[in-house]
Ligand binder design. Sequence first.
Ligand SMILES: O=C(O)CCC(=O)C(=O)O
Ligand SMILES: [Fe+2]
Length: 315
Amino acid sequence: MNKIPSVNLADFLSGDEQRKQKFVNEIGHAYENIGFVALKGHFLDDALVDNLYEEIRKFFELPTEIKQKYEIPGIGGQRGYVSFGKESAKGKKEGDLKEFWHFGQYVENNPALEAEYPDNVEVKELPEFNEVGKKTYKMLEETAKYVLRSLAIHLDLEETYFDEYIKNGNSILRPIHYPPILEEPDNAVRAAAHGDINLITLLMGAQGKGLQVQNHEGDWIDAMAEPDELMINVGDMLSRHSNNKLKSTIHRVTNPPRELWGTSRFSIPFFMHPISDMKLDVLDSCIDKNNPKQFDDITAGEFLDERLQELGLTK
Ligand SMILES: O=C(O)CCC(=O)C(=O)O
Ligand SMILES: [Fe+2]
């Protein structure tokens, strides 16, 4: 596959059984091959998106001393600010050329989860930033719920199988700023090759060049979305749970050519995580003679802890 397929969530939500099944087949086929789709028909509107980008720009333009006030020790960067160069891809020593922010879950009616998750961090200088982050979080979470419903059908599960695990789940909205490149970066890149940790990722900001995805043949292909599309990919948790039937595909963000070093890139992934108690044990429906169980049993919480250590975010 040399191109990321495009699908439309309106088909799934149309109320027409044939269109719904067409969406399930298209996304299922794409995720068994390239692991990525570009999705139209999501729940974000243009005004919200414009407002979010404006606030994010304002935040990253704040002086470093102010941004660093929001870098909270001891929580593995799971909320608030993570400064430039802190995160490196699994197995790589150079830090990625990026700084980012994390909005986490807005827990409703669940004191145990409220106690488990770190508190969201509020930027005092930019009240709108906090508001628009929360609204976007909720819209992407709602979009992701229906994408997971379609995948549940594809995996021969109850349509609502994932619902109980993603309600108040440990998802994260991560606005990323890749600043202008000021000097020859040696071995560092904007985002080194990696697979995402979570169930699925919904990415805003894949309109410009930069994101590349590795296909079965090992070739890197450009992953670019239309203005009204989100890029959505399978993460390692879902790949494990489905016995690698759904593919968590390695991807990266390359440095721009030298004449464009002076430009920033802004992108905003929403990493859809379940609650930490969810068992990622391989689903029975994904095991057969030709595809025996490939992964040990593990919970989402245990898996996340392992991976945060490998990224250099926790010890
Ligand atoms: O910036 C991008 O386009 C992709 C970022 C990404 O893959 C990630 O943060 O996991
Ligand atoms: Fe990623």
